[in-house]
Design a protein around this ligand. Sequence first.
Ligand code: ASP
Length: 589
Amino acid sequence: MTAYRTHLANDLSLALAGRRVQLAGWVARVRDLGGIHFFDLRDSGGLVQVVVDPESVPAASGLRMEYCVSVEGTVRARPEGTENPELETGELEVAADQVEILSRSAPLPFMIDDRTEADEQIRLRYRYLDLRRPRMSANLRARSACIRAIRETLDGMGFLDVETPTLVNSTPEGARDFLVPSRLRPGQFYALPQSPQLFKQLLMVSGVERYYQIARCYRDEDTRADRQVEFTQLDLEGSFWDREDVLATVERVVAEVVRRLRGVELSLPLPRLTHSESLARYGTDKPDLRFGMEIGDLSSVFEGTGFRGFGGVLGRGGVVRGINAGPRGFSRAELDRLVDRAKALGAAGLVWAVVQPDGSLRSPVAKFLDSGEIGGTVRVLGASPGDVLLLVADREKIAAGVLGALRLDLGQPPGHDALRFVWVVDFPVFEQTEAGDLAPSHHPFTAPVSVDEMRERPADAVAHAYDLVLNGSELGSGSVRIHDPDIQRSVFEILGISAEEAESRFGWFLEGLRYGTPPHAGFAVGIDRLVSILRDEPSIREVIPFPKTQSGADPLTTAPTRVATAHLAELGIDLTPATKASLGDEAGG
Ligand code: ASP
């Protein structure tokens, strides 16, 4: 097959017994059994046992872990009783009569083994060794298979794969830009794209009716759980499309990826929830539908209640909501911990209640509730004796968010054996920031369902925007776009971006929209997240070949690093005294 081998380990089978083969790979495990040496030879595809007599093959005595070797020998069945059913080649071995050490390995920083888990910092520092582990090499192959499935599906549908630049002008997606200084134009900066959004829209103006790209995106976000500052999306866009075209296309691609990575047929179309339904029933816009425990609305049950804890909140326009955590047998201490958790999540309090065999409730507040309220609560939450009910009375957003988080704490299955996709549709155009301003809930190029409604009551306006959610994780989002420059200007206005600012930041794009822009819509799917869930990995870092740590550092290359003052000077950049001081430079004083 190559200069060094005739077969990969996993090509071998007993059908080849008696055949001479030449293999090449790494020494995965060495055993010396009374003068006979056994070792496992690992290559990119698998593992096979090699048996060698060091008397006749002296090189065999010098083998150490992870040496790179080539081996020649004969395939034979393993002696009865020594087969290894866990190995694809577990029935056979190669009796070697030639072993050549191609290169030696320094002592290893950790075992190249799926059973021992080294510290992540060390794994990333020696990522090239980490990637030799079977699990990691399977992850690399799954990622490649995912991208192949995407390309084959979209190529087959007539999509054009178009590259867009990565030294660009800002493309806002709600994060900070990474900036790259220009040497030829000192004092001026490129931004790395947060997404190819504006370029793909301009490609629609160009008449590319179906575009996709496996696109690297960069978002300078503060450390958030399981995010990377640099990540990969399947980015796509279509002209003369509306929402249904996007959803159908993405479903086709995702179904093909799932078929190839999991061998499972998704039943299409995927289910849908509106954004407001999702918030009401699951307390989040990325609901995990692998389990029930839906949030129940108890406000009407407690209307006019004599229990002041709830009555006061309802009187101020708040809500009472609850979940049924099922039969739990929680101790008092465990229930108290749930109360603490709810408070840590921002609720003023949490009421727990355990349904008794006679339908009454055991709860610190039971004595304040009348039988109608108890019966109503049990009915709305579908409760049976033994069930633990958790109730929050608060502002709607807090009650939903807290119960949504408790629901995950109590019900979210570990791992990703089951796959539950759901579309969340009809997102609002804008969301309120902490400071009370409006910000785009996706990005500012998203079309409102009704332009008039958006202009009159922007905070309530619904967008043609949708997310794809898998097992409680957001896989991606998309929308129908604004293709009318006037509507685009209105959105900037509502966002408090002045005409001058819009012109200076996006004038180039707005101008493009003036030349016969077709209606268009699109989507982007996070490939890292999709592959990590399909591979049942706990983090996207496990499926990114060379990821960064949570703080955006790369332990392998040590990036980001300092650069020489002369290099900075060439770029017209000087560090502030405070930065110099923090770096310990004398110049910083
Ligand atoms: N540009 C969007 C994003 O990166 C996706 C889209 O709207 O197509 O999330």
